[in-house]
Design a protein around this ligand. Structure first.
Ligand code: URA
Length: 216
């Protein structure tokens, strides 16, 4: 796969495409000038065969640290699971300088800037999608798209030019795509989903076991 000519896989940190998200970033930057407060770049192995697609940075997690899921509640389970499946080395310590490295995996977000109340609106998801498409296109060894939650799943389906009605989201839904990739999805590892046990660590591990088997 080749990188799109017009859109980079990573937006500029001060991306100005979504007015509401820019305003929120600036508000956060005023309150917390020491936080990252920008479009959070993807993190991981450029030779990844598994791309984990999250929703968007959390305000005092990835938006603060500048690394996806880092410092967010959801990151504790995600990084522990990546480690369990041999997809990382080093110890996750919720800091971008903790020395953690991903192997054969990369993490990105469907929306790169923190949205108010953790909820991007449709226009923001659409505006950020070309970066997701470019991210996918730029991974030469990609085999599995592992989407966390319906927003990431739907944006990925749309980004690949596929129909949502033919690819509905479900926990452990799996589709073999015309381009040879597999689209695998999971409930998001959010605080709400894990506290209510809609998603248990065992359920999450089962999805990663499948991703690992498909990417081998
Ligand atoms: N942090 C992220 O970077 N993405 C999510 O989807 C949730 C928390």
């Amino acid at each position: 796969m080749t990188e799109r000519q017009d859109v980079p896989a990573e937006p500029p940190v001060d991306c100005s495409l979504c007015p509401r998200l820019v305003a929120y970033r600036l508000e956060n930057a005023e309150k917390h000038p020491d936080w990252f407060n920008g479009a959070v770049p993807s993190f991981g192995d450029p030779q990844a065969s598994i791309l984990v697609v999250g929703l968007a940075p959390g305000v005092s997690g990835a938006n603060k640290t500048g690394r996806p899921f880092t410092g967010d509640w959801a990151g504790d389970l995600l990084y522990a699971t990546l480690d369990k499946f041999g997809l990382s080395s080093g110890a996750y310590d919720a800091r971008p300088d903790d020395g953690l490295a991903l192997h054969d995996a990369m993490i990105t977000n469907a929306v790169r800037c923190v949205p108010p109340a953790n909820k991007p609106v449709g226009a923001e998801i659409n505006t950020c999608r070309p970066f997701l498409q470019a991210r996918i296109d730029a991974l030469p060894r990609l085999k599995v798209l592992l989407c966390l939650g319906k927003i990431a799943h739907d944006s990925t389906v749309r980004g690949l030019g596929l129909k949502l009605k033919d690819h509905p989201f479900g926990h452990e839904s799996e589709y073999t795509l015309p381009n040879g990739l597999t689209l695998l999805s999971s409930y998001h590892c959010s605080r709400y989903n894990t506290n209510t046990r809609r998603l248990t660590p065992e359920m999450f591990e089962s999805v990663f076991a499948r991703a690992r088997a498909l990417s081998a």
